[in-house]
Design a protein around this ligand. Sequence first.
Ligand SMILES: [Zn+2]
Length: 217
Amino acid sequence: MRDVIVSTHFDDAVLSLFSVLAERAEHAVVLTVCGGVPPAGALSTWDAAAGFASGADAAHARRRENVASCALTGAIAIDLPFLDGPYGALDGSAVRAVVLSTVAEGDRLWIPAGIGRHPDHLAVRSALATVGATVYADGGYAGRWLHPPRAAAGTVGRVVRRRLDDAMMAAKIDAVRAHASQIRGLTDGFPDLLDPHGRLRRERWWPARGPTMPPGR
Ligand SMILES: [Zn+2]
């Protein structure tokens, strides 16, 4: 049995569920939805601010960063070919089909709650809302929410709250730092991002009540 964590962007799984990655090691899969390479000439504001000359350069660099981050826990990285929001809207039915084709019988699937209301996270959540998944609080927002998002009500159980100990938090910060090109942008939004006593200490999720929908459905 694997834990398949649907990570909207490369850094979301480690920001949101590091304790699960650390405990499950090679039995965890980081399934990055927006892992595609934008067409030549495209460059988003976020990628330009990170110092890249093109969206393609950013995507290749982030794939390498993600491999390095996953290597710290042993997680397997799988990149799906969808693009970040600035480069095109996510096709929900295509996302759902590819994610379900990746899940094997008995796997536990994790999807983002969409807390923070990032459009890509919301699109991924709605694409997978009915498949029977554990819903996790998007990294950075775990402290504020104890109730599942309305879209998940009825499909999930009571919240699981985890506060990382010192050693786990230090390891998490190392794994977050591996996503080096994103750190400046993230700390603009969350100044305490890399603080050992900051917001990333808290992780939250709502376990699925039933099994994940079998592949092919
Ligand atoms: Zn994200």
